[in-house]
Ligand binder design. Sequence first.
Ligand SMILES: NC(=O)c1ccc[n+]([C@@H]2O[C@H](COP(=O)([O-])OP(=O)(O)OC[C@H]3O[C@@H](n4cnc5c(N)ncnc54)[C@H](O)[C@@H]3O)[C@@H](O)[C@H]2O)c1
Length: 325
Amino acid sequence: MHVVVTGGAGFIGSHLASYHLARGDSVTVVDDLSTGTLKNILPMLQNPAFQFHKADILVWEGLKHAVSRADRVYHMAAIVGVKKVLEDPRAVMAINIAGTERIFRAVADIRPDVQVTIASSSEVYGFNTNSSFSESDDIILRSGGRLRWCYAVTKLADEFLAYSFMYKSGIHVVIARLFNTIGPRQTGKYGMVVPNFIHQAVNNLPMTVYGDGTQTRSFCDVRDTVVALDLLASTPSANGEIVNVGNDAELSILGLAKLIAQRAGSTSCQKFMSYVEAYGMEIDEISHRRPVLSKLHSLTGFKPKWDLRKTLDDLIALERGSERQ
Ligand SMILES: NC(=O)c1ccc[n+]([C@@H]2O[C@H](COP(=O)([O-])OP(=O)(O)OC[C@H]3O[C@@H](n4cnc5c(N)ncnc54)[C@H](O)[C@@H]3O)[C@@H](O)[C@H]2O)c1
């Protein structure tokens, strides 16, 4: 099978690439390296079944050729993370929407039979105050122009783009609503909580908790995420469906900080920081983000293999290794 991964030098995309190479598939990655890095794909560059194109998906000339050879496309390229979103919301709107439209248009024009999986986000549930989220739950977005929500709007637009192209061009798309994903190669540079806590704990630095730390999250190991995405892509009944992808074990952010400090044997304390201090503006915080996974399970039989403690221990060991280098 030939697999195209947009954003394949990023965190999740690079794991998709290595997962498929390990299974004997050939993989083409396109990435502009804006947040992704060559380091993420370094071992793959020697593999003859792997091709890398450094390009912007908005203008990449090789897109049609890549799609013409593909059996499957994972569209992961996007601007991600609250810091990046606030840095340039115009780019978020352009890349996350126009980029997705360009992928769908190429597929519709050249290979409508190719299987496409896109990365939507739990952010689309917006301000819904439920304690957990099913795919049929209401989406509640706030008026008032808080820029934090522009990422959610782009991901929602991507979902409707997918429906439009399915309806008018008959393309095959799975919409994966990814919840917080963690694991090796995730960077803390753009405000992701787990890599930051791991770095702080391993170095006995104060652990920066945004808000009051009572907000809860559910974290899925990326090595489980890629298995779920592959299962969805290969399950015909998942075609045209929106499906939550994540892990439903839930804990508070303060609880996460304490757990990481304990597992790292760290002397770090927790330091609370307001959103205004962290981001330079008020941010609407979401109190819970737990996926209901019954649809994913009933479509594919998927169950996560990595529990949070195992992932954290792995990340702590990797951080210690990189500190020693
Ligand atoms: N990590 C999570 O917890 C999470 C949660 C929900 C949804 N998602 C979605 O999953 C996907 C992957 O996220 P990630 O966490 O791996 O982030 P990431 O930033 O590591 O990956 C995104 C990749 O896209 C690339 N990219 C950005 N703009 C591009 C462009 N114009 N042309 C080509 N490449 C471009 C970046 O360089 C990067 O490598 C994204 O679509 C994101 O919205 C992630």
